[in-house]
Design a protein around this ligand. Structure first.
Ligand SMILES: [Fe+2]
Length: 204
């Protein structure tokens, strides 16, 4: 079954500090590109399996190329879906997720300051996740979406810090973009994701 491109849940001109042009390129070209490539790779893997000529080689093989692309494209799709789903709000924290963050990080300000610095330290993504192994919120970074992810985690807040997220608007000033990202967060949606995610735990 083909994966579909999820539409934005907000109007692009209602975002403060991140331009309409940035959001439209980011969603309509880059995110859409990840979804389209996810489908293309999935189709090619299916054809390769059906051909009966699957040969793996760790230096280079068609299978290796597709498998590398698969995790990059799928994780790119999933993380962007979280990113766009949690934008379009008023930036005012609320709900049980707010309480859980305050409990873990001391205060919401402490969390936002820490998460902001994590964003400055990453080359790709800073993520607040529900870790099903730990059964608590954890913060993880990754430099590319297929390097550094932790298995058994559900992203609650996925903050894209690749330059394409902000360079048109703030140039090299990533901190200004991160501040704008926080100001546009939809905490009702973040809380909804948190409540769904915390139902899952891994007891191996
Ligand atoms: Fe992105």
């Amino acid at each position: 079954m083909s994966k579909e491109i999820k539409p934005l849940s907000f109007k692009t001109d209602c975002i403060k500090g991140i331009s309409q042009k940035t959001i439209e390129i980011h969603h309509g070209k880059l995110y859409a590109g990840y979804v389209n490539k996810t489908n293309e790779i999935s189709e090619k893997l299916g054809e390769l399996r059906k051909s009966g000529k699957v040969t793996g080689n760790q230096i280079y093989s068609e299978l290796r190329g597709l498998k590398l692309g698969e995790t990059f494209a799928r994780n790119g799709s999933y993380l962007h879906e979280n990113y766009f789903a949690i934008l379009g709000g008023d930036g005012v924290p609320t709900g049980e997720v707010k309480e859980a963050i305050e409990k873990k990080f001391g205060s919401m300000n402490d969390f936002l300051e820490y998460f902001s610095q994590c964003g400055m330290a990453a080359r790709g993504w800073a993520i607040l996740a529900w870790d099903m192994n730990e059964q608590r919120l954890m913060q993880y970074n990754c430099d590319a979406q297929n390097h550094g992810g932790v298995w058994g985690c559900i992203p609650i807040i996925a903050m894209d810090v690749y330059e394409h997220s902000y360079f048109i608007d703030t140039g090299s000033d990533r901190a200004a973009y991160i501040k704008a990202f926080f100001e546009n967060l939809n905490w009702n949606k973040i809380n909804q994701i948190y409540l769904q995610a915390r139902e899952f735990s891994l007891n191996l």
